[in-house]
Design a protein. Structure first.
Length: 237
């Protein structure tokens, strides 16, 4: 009986060891590995999680009037934000570029034609970024350093093109989806629910986003969070 019990224990231990090895191998197999062709860093999806800084980031391909209203709200509160500018929009609204820069906000790059940059080759990615870069610099003298790929779609070619042009690629940690939902209450909830230091909150210049913005800023202040630019959130102390 003792020999039989010992044998059962050994068999059980062997089975447990086999399970552990199998799970370990499976875990390793599903760890995302960088593509061999990528020589640039991965996108930033948040800033410093140990800080109390958060960033409302505005992706802009439309809504000139709403951009102006957002700037008014921020100016009245003494706050700064980051505006990722679509080139084909900015080309027709260089006055907004000048105002954004003059009021101390961060200008960033959102590509020129809002293409799917994950399926474009490296040359096309570079054209999208560089044409917008030149436009912003010509209008304001500012050299952007942040690039947000349209729809968050990127691939190795995007990362490499951005690096070659001196850019860091940025995504987000919270998405208001305000391009889809026109309810300011929903925008407010998605922007503030569970928000914490280091968050990057994706927004667009929509009328309902403008309506929600004062409440969002009030909530951040009540939580002891400081609204700042994306670069300050990521790279600041």
């Amino acid at each position: 009986m003792g020999i039989l019990l010992k044998g059962r224990r050994l068999a059980a231990a062997s089975n447990l060891l086999l399970i552990v090895i199998t799970l370990t191998v499976a875990a390793v197999c599903f760890i995302p590995q960088p593509a061999a062709t990528v020589s640039a860093p991965a996108p930033y999806t948040c800033g410093n999680r140990q800080s109390n800084k958060v960033s409302l980031m505005f992706n802009v391909y439309e809504g000139a009037e709403q951009v102006g209203e957002i700037l008014d709200i921020l100016r009245n509160r003494g706050l700064k934000a980051t505006f990722f500018m679509g080139g084909c929009f900015a080309d027709d609204h260089t006055d907004l570029l000048v105002r954004i820069a003059a009021e101390g906000h961060e200008l960033a790059n959102h590509g020129y034609f809002h293409i799917a940059q994950d399926t474009a080759d490296e040359e096309r990615n570079r054209e999208e970024i560089e044409s917008t870069d030149k436009l912003i610099r010509a209008a304001t003298g500012v050299k952007p350093v942040l690039f947000a790929p349209p729809s968050g779609a990127y691939g190795p070619a995007t990362l490499n093109a951005a690096r070659q042009l001196g850019y860091f690629v940025v995504l987000w940690s919270k998405d208001t989806i305000d391009w889809k939902y026109s309810d300011p209450d929903k925008v407010y909830t998605r922007a503030t629910d569970g928000i914490k230091g280091g968050d990057l909150v994706l927004m667009h210049p929509k009328p309902h986003t403008v309506q929600a913005l004062p409440r969002i800023l009030d909530r951040l202040a009540a939580l002891g969070l400081v609204q700042t630019t994306v670069s300050e959130n990521i790279f600041g102390e």
